[in-house]
Ligand binder design. Structure first.
Ligand code: SF4
Length: 372
């Protein structure tokens, strides 16, 4: 058994625009890592940077828990963490150095670390997880204890510096296909009451996040996807509904955010999910992300409404089919607009085109309060 302090370096406080909106979610990816390590028999504590004031609180957590391993495991389900803000990278460097100064072995994982492993290794990390790290961390801990180049070199999906200082990157580990085998996120380690207080005071309702999928198979040519690339795996509707039941009984959220890149991509998934939600009384109003072309499949919007969808965000990107084609997006936006009028959940769109017309629309929209 090894003692591990699991954290991440996304501090909402360091992101002024999002801090002003104050819609914090516990770091789902870090909570999965904590649950997996705990299931593997390790002693796990959590540091939640989302609501922390600065890296000093991480130092206090290190002093309080005295872990052998400090694991900075970014929340790969939260688009905020995926943005790889420089300030958060600096925080990751500082937190790694703080842990090293206290004699911890340091592991770092996430989108930015996957893309810039050498930089993290040069700033205090002993090992960087490349890509999806959930299975890697379990195999890595005993290897890290041995600490030899040979032991670390046998672990797939990592980067580290050999004893001679050269960079070693082991072959990428295949993604986990059986997502149902992964334990539910260790939400018991989070101060959910604090999140509830913040949400309720600011927005009148308490929202939590859930992930039903990992990755996205599409090729939109501006989209950076260092963790799952074009791969996509999905939990069964039964497994997701079991988590919703747990949430209803133990966390009592008023609202959920399904943090998938695309929810319900697999044909028939949404219909089965909606049936189970109704059957098990697991309905909680939610928002999620979809694609206009997929939502046009018969029955999917109706299933979303039945399951509790309040808002479905569509990455519309542009009103011009020519721009969409140039982005390799392939989404028939005008048809999706007609469809949304006829159905239940509210649809919202996001734009990422650099065309001047779209930029102007975005600028106008950014002055409005955002819907969550
Ligand atoms: S559909 Fe969304 S997540 Fe998938 S490639 Fe396009 S922008 Fe990225």
């Amino acid at each position: 058994m090894t003692s591990v302090l699991v954290g991440q370096s996304y501090f909402l406080r360091f992101d002024p625009k999002l801090h002003a909106q104050m819609q914090p979610y516990p770091p789902l990816g870090s909570l999965y890592a904590a649950a997996i390590l705990r299931d593997a028999g390790h002693e796990v504590a959590l540091f939640d940077a989302m609501l922390a004031a600065s890296e000093d609180e991480w130092a206090m957590a290190l002093d309080r828990t005295g872990p052998a391993i400090a694991l900075l495991y970014e929340d790969n389900f939260n688009y905020l963490s995926k943005m790889c803000l420089l300030r958060m990278r600096e925080a990751g460097f500082t937190m790694s150095a703080m842990a090293r100064a206290r004699g911890c072995r340091v592991i770092v994982g996430g989108s930015d670390a996957t893309d810039h492993a050498a930089a993290y290794l040069d700033h205090g990390a002993d090992v960087v997880l490349i890509g999806e790290g959930d299975a890697t961390i379990v195999e890595l801990l005993p290897a890290l204890e041995l600490g030899t180049d040979a032991a670390l070199g046998a672990v797939a999906g990592i980067a580290f510096r050999r004893a001679d200082g050269t960079l070693a990157t082991t072959p990428r580990r295949p993604d986990i296909k059986d997502l149902d085998a992964i334990p539910f996120p260790a939400r018991d380690l989070v101060d959910l009451d604090r999140y509830r207080r913040i949400w309720t005071e600011r927005h009148g309702t308490f929202s939590l996040s859930v992930a039903t999928t990992r990755g996205c198979p599409f090729h939109c040519n501006w989209c950076a996807k260092p963790i799952w690339g074009q791969r996509y795996n999905v939990r069964s509707p039964d497994n997701v509904v079991a988590e919703l039941r747990w949430l209803k009984e133990h966390a009592r959220p008023d609202h959920l955010w399904f943090a998938d890149d695309i929810m319900g991509l697999k044909p028939g998934w949404l219909g089965r999910f909606a049936d189970l939600v109704v059957e098990h009384d697991a309905r909680v109003p939610f928002k999620c992300l979809g694609r206009a072309d997929l939502l046009l499949r018969p029955g999917d919007i109706e299933a979303l409404a039945r399951a509790g969808a309040a808002i479905v965000w569509i990455g519309a990107e542009s009103g011009s089919q020519r721009v969409l084609d140039a982005m390799d997006k392939g989404s028939p936006w005008p048809r999706s607009r007609r469809r949304r009028v006829a159905c239940g959940p509210r649809a919202s769109g996001s734009a990422s085109s650099s065309s001047s017309a779209t930029r102007e629309r975005r600028a106008r929209r950014s002055s409005r309060p955002s819907a969550w």
